[in-house]
Design a protein around this ligand. Sequence first.
Ligand SMILES: [Cu+2]
Length: 212
Amino acid sequence: VFGLFNLILDAAPQTVATYDNLFNLYLTFGTAAAVIVIGLLLFFAIKYRARDGHDPSKYPVPGWKIALVTALITASVLVTAEYQTFASESNIVVPNSPDAIHIKVLAFQWGWSFTYPNGKTTLNNLTVPSGATIILNITTKDVFHSFGIPMLAEKMDAIPGKVNTMWFQAPFQQGVYKDAIRCYELCGAGHALMIANLTVVSMESWQRWMSS
Ligand SMILES: [Cu+2]
């Protein structure tokens, strides 16, 4: 099932694949740990249950070998998860690219305003060129909000008096991604309405709009 999802997201940005791979790794280890622990718990609970003719003091006690094997398996799982986590960080740090497009995001009760390098502003719609590296500088006019693009597996808090940076690679597929942007911090009566579109245009029409 996860392989299938990855296939569908094949055309999606690298950051999405990084987050998904990491999530699937933790999910796999977590599920395996749960199955083994709960399975053994049930197995031993039934095997060594109290009944006539059985003396608990005569039951076998696990020796150092089984303890060592358990410790080694646990250590290798933890080392693998930590290694993958730190290795993934290089894929998601804000890129220091001169081609990156910087856009200011201002959250307010209740909506989003985006200000582009040419000084223009759009409301509840973020327009970016296909495949480009986008660096967002996110803040808020009033209360705490949180800027999230679930389809890109990204989220960043918008905090009064502070500018938080988040970056993403724009999807390659052009078009309007309806309701792709949402608020993830309960921010008042209109919280559920803090929805914006992500519009992906060609680099040519982006540049035309930038210079218009
Ligand atoms: Cu909000």
